[in-house]
Unconditional design. Structure first.
Length: 145
């Protein structure tokens, strides 16, 4: 009976530990990341005035102001318009579908900033290039008579 218990201990304990390890290292699928930007409109301009994101990310913008004068936040090419009021927080959602440099601004105060959107490293697929033609196009000198 002791031999059976020792054998059971040797066989069943490591397999149960291996199954726990497999659960830890299984491939997990995550949703698209959401990048959050907090923007403060001040008398000197937007803070921050330069931001960064990757293609395919969803972005949340939180906009507020420190000044009593009315200000706004317009994001070009994404149809976002938010009013920046002191003591209030405005929110907008955007998804960046292509790379570029997108300007945000307020026409009443002439303040500007930009968001740089780039492709993730390794996300670009390699383009398969093939030979344009099988004919060899190189120059051969003419034999003179």
């Amino acid at each position: 009976m002791k031999k059976f218990m020792v054998l059971a201990f040797i066989v069943f304990i490591p397999t149960s530990l291996m199954s726990k390890e497999r659960k830890v290292f299984e491939k997990k699928a995550y949703q698209a990341p959401v990048r959050e930007f907090s923007i403060i409109a001040t008398k000197q301009g937007f803070f921050p005035n330069k931001m960064f994101a990757y293609v395919g990310e969803k972005a949340k913008f939180f906009v507020t102001s420190t000044d009593d004068e009315p200000q706004c936040f317009l994001l070009k090419d994404h149809n976002v318009f938010l009013s920046a009021e002191k003591g209030k927080l405005q929110e907008a959602h955007v998804q960046f579908k292509y790379p570029g440099r997108f300007e945000y601004y307020c026409p009443s105060t002439k303040f500007k900033g930009h968001i740089t959107v780039v492709e993730k490293p390794g996300s670009r697929k390699a383009v398969k290039r093939e030979v344009a033609s099988e004919k060899k196009n190189y120059w051969i000198p003419r034999d003179y008579d």
